[in-house]
Design a protein around this ligand. Sequence first.
Ligand code: F0G
Length: 469
Amino acid sequence: MTENTNPASKLPAKRSWAEPWKVKVVEPLKMTTREQRERAIVEAGFNTFLLRSEDVYIDLLTDSGTSAMSDWQWAGMMLGDEAYAGSKNFYHLEEAVRRYYGYRYIVPTHQGRGAENILSRMLIEPGDFVPGNMYFTTTRLHQELAGGTFVDIIIPEAHDPASEHPFKGDVDLAALESLIGRVGAEKIPYISLAATVNMAGGQPISMKSLRAVRALAQKHGIRIILDATRAVENAYFIQQREEGYRNKSVAEILREICDCTDGCTMSGKKDALVNIGGWLALNEYELYEEARNLVVVYEGLHTYGGMAGRDMEAMARGIVESVQDDHIRARIGQVEYLGAKLVEWGVPVVRPIGGHAVFLDARNFYPHIPQDQFPAQMLAAELYLDSGVRAMERGVVSAGRDPQTGEHRFPKLELVRLTIPRRVYTQAHIDVTAESVAAVYGQRQSARGLKMVYEPKYLRFFQAKFERM
Ligand code: F0G
């Protein structure tokens, strides 16, 4: 056999990989026509949150609560101990969080924002400042409702979609130090650190940055609270990109991340592979006691916090599955597959590709649409019109208004998020999505802006309505 007839000579330099699971149950999708989609998006006020899910073909609105559970998780659902108090599923959950995240005390909540509410009420006094590596919508709102002011201390590269910095979630230590100098450590109840940073494009924080923040915080006696929602994905990036972590497991790195912090809020609907659930975890007993007092007011008893026993069992098992290296490699590999296609075709996206989503750079997509005409909102609508793919605006609509001035907050990043649910879509769905983005990019010159015709008071992106200019 000569060299060029040997099929092995045609293999790509990097061999293909596939998911470490196979499909057991399917959910049929409805196909729609362009006319049906035109009607649906107008009725939804050009807000993809207001579409009915049955009018959506490929749903990339969010990775939150949209994962496919494994057969082992579903089996766990049948083992729900639906007792009001002391459900054995709570103890399984507590054990899993302690083992993989390492915190001492766990307060279950119905989802992430339930934990944020309790934490903010407990720690923030009016006039306080909460520094963080970029805002998240619900997290900042709870900080503000408690009387705090969020201060962005992420590195400047995070606001630049083209920067290839491998850890755009890192903290600008000088900015943090200058805040401490300006307002005093006693006005900073905690530093709010996210891993990975959702609004920056799913970008990780490095262990080096975490350690540096830890040292500074310790010097001033300030707590660090982790938003652990996608910390497993962050651990994978550390394994892949940070020196010295190649031979550590994602589970080991996750523990190292958490060990740099004093507690966490968690939306189990992301990393933990469940449709609902969350928790607040703390290491200090006095704080835990107070959180237990508050959880019964806002969520439910301290052994269920708004979840059914079966939901806690599914989450306990989801945690175990989520930290497996094979799982996380395939999960992020799928996101990177979509990103690589779009990069190859010259579509403007946030670089490097993030952990849970590919973020389209609407500013560069539609340079002719000013930010107060909501280019990202329009781009998400155009994508839906083209193919029934549903994405999410992450720009000026999501940023909301400044509570002091009442003006729009104009973020540097004006993005559309193509968020990939875990273990749900095939490579063919991803190809269809990439082609639809390319088609919309091809038509970019004819796109027009939007005007807002209805604006809710809080978290306006969920329910605001728009019309074409
Ligand atoms: N923190 C981060 C980083 C999040 O991404 C979310 C939710 C929350 C906290 C709040 O958790 O939804 O369980 O109350 N993010 C979803 C998203 C909604 O689509 O990115 P929750």
